[in-house]
Every structure is written in structure tokens, then in C-alpha cells.
Design a binder for this molecule. Structure first.
Ligand SMILES: Cc1cc2nc3c(=O)[nH]c(=O)nc-3n(C[C@H](O)[C@H](O)[C@H](O)COP(=O)(O)O)c2cc1C
Length: 189
């Protein structure tokens, strides 16, 4: 069975990012795929402290918290869906804690997370009021920056969902719900 990691960086467990993630998860489950949800906002996670402990010994991060199992899951997953609201023009602090901790996957020989031909990355960013072109660059960075290489990603797709302020605003945007569903289908193809 395929396994997709759904990483929700929102502080709101039932907000717009989570709601669109649910649509994608529904598609994944329909296709018989395991969708493993991580709500970073609820997890006990800590930022990289640059101790370089991951570069000695057997590798891996010496910090043991709730990111440890997520990062382990990345080694054999078939794809990742990352969802986040925009906070002050960027993905949330929780997302960047995860991104920075991916340093523990890197060694001089490359990433411990080997490139997998079918491993895809979906990124959904929710926000209220533009500038959408700036947020598109943030999405591109998350999809094509270090994460792509470190997580062994071969293809990515992005959904930008603007005009979402209240936590359940996504419910009245069928265009985003439809696109999230299609993104979920694409991730498991
Ligand atoms: C701390 C904070 C900062 C925000 N900064 C922005 C911003 O820079 N641009 C924007 O369009 N919306 C901004 N928003 C609005 C959220 O991005 C938007 O409401 C999003 O859909 C929330 O997603 P959620 O329901 O998953 O939390 C901000 C919200 C918060 C709480």
C-alpha cells in the first residue's frame, strides 16, 4: 500500500489548510493509499540547534521529539502533501522547523532519503489577501528548494488558495475543494 505523508503546518487544526488537506486525503483513501496526517501545530517539535550530531555516529537527528518519527516516515513514503497558511508572507514557523530539521537527513554522500521515481510533493498555501505572486515564490521555494532534493522528490504541484480568512472560509470555495481533490488524486497516481 502506498503511503503519503500529509504535513499540515497550520496552527489551526480545523482551519483552511487542514480542510483542503482533508479533501486531498479523501482522494488518497479512495485510491487505497494510506494518508498519514501530521498536524505540526499540535506536535512537540523543536528547531535544529546546529549541533551537527547528525553528521557523526549512525546519522539522524539526536533530538528525539515528535518530528523524529515523521522524518523516519519520509525514508519510505511515496509522497508528501505540505499544507500551510501564509503568516507574514511565508509559510508558518512550524513548517520551517520541519524544513530545518531535514538537515539531519543530509550527509556528505547526499540525502539518506533516496530519490524515488514516483515520489511526489504537493504544496497547498492558504492566505487572505495577496500579494499572490510573492506567495507563489514561497510555494516554489518549498517545492523546489532543499526539500525536493533532501526528500527525494521527482515532481511537484502547487495549489495557492487566497481569499481565505475565517477558519472555515474554504468551505464556500468549491474551486479550491475541487483542486485539492485533484491534487490528492495526482499524488497517488
Ligand atoms: C499570524 C498571522 C499572519 C498572517 N499573515 C498573512 C499574510 O501575510 N498574508 C495573508 O494574505 N494572510 C495572512 N494571514 C491570514 C492567513 O494566512 C489565512 O487566514 C489562512 O487561510 C489561515 O489558514 P488556516 O485556517 O489553516 O489557519 C495571517 C494570519 C495569521 C494568524
Amino acid at each position: 500500500m502506498k503511503k503519503i505523508l500529509v504535513i499540515n503546518g497550520s496552527g489551526r487544526k480545523e482551519g483552511n489548510a487542514a480542510g483542503l488537506a482533508s479533501q486531498a486525503i479523501e482522494s488518497m483513501k479512495k485510491a487505497g493509499t494510506e494518508a498519514k496526517l501530521f498536524n505540526l501545530g499540535e506536535m512537540n517539535i523543536h528547531p535544529c540547534v546546529a549541533c551537527n550530531g547528525c553528521k557523526t555516529g549512525t546519522g539522524g537527528c539526536v533530538q528525539k521529539d515528535e518530528l523524529s518519527s515523521l522524518i523516519d516516515d519520509m525514508l519510505d513514503c511515496d509522497g508528501i502533501l505540505l499544507t500551510s497558511p501564509i503568516y507574514f508572507g511565508r509559510a508558518t514557523a512550524q513548517v520551517y522547523i520541519w524544513v530545518n530539521r531535514l538537515y539531519s537527513l543530509m550527509s556528505s554522500a547526499g540525502s539518506r532519503c533516496e530519490k524515488k521515481e514516483s515520489r511526489k510533493l504537493g504544496v497547498i498555501l492558504t492566505f487572505n489577501s495577496g500579494p499572490a505572486d510573492v506567495y507563489a515564490k514561497e510555494a516554489d521555494y518549498l517545492a523546489m528548494g532543499g526539500v525536493k532534493m533532501v526528500a527525494g522528490i521527482t515532481a511537484h504541484n502547487i495549489l495557492l488558495a487566497g481569499g481565505l480568512s475565517d477558519k472555515d472560509a474554504y468551505k464556500s470555495h468549491t474551486e479550491y475543494l475541487d483542486k485539492a481533490k485533484v491534487l490528492g488524486e495526482w499524488l497517488v497516481q
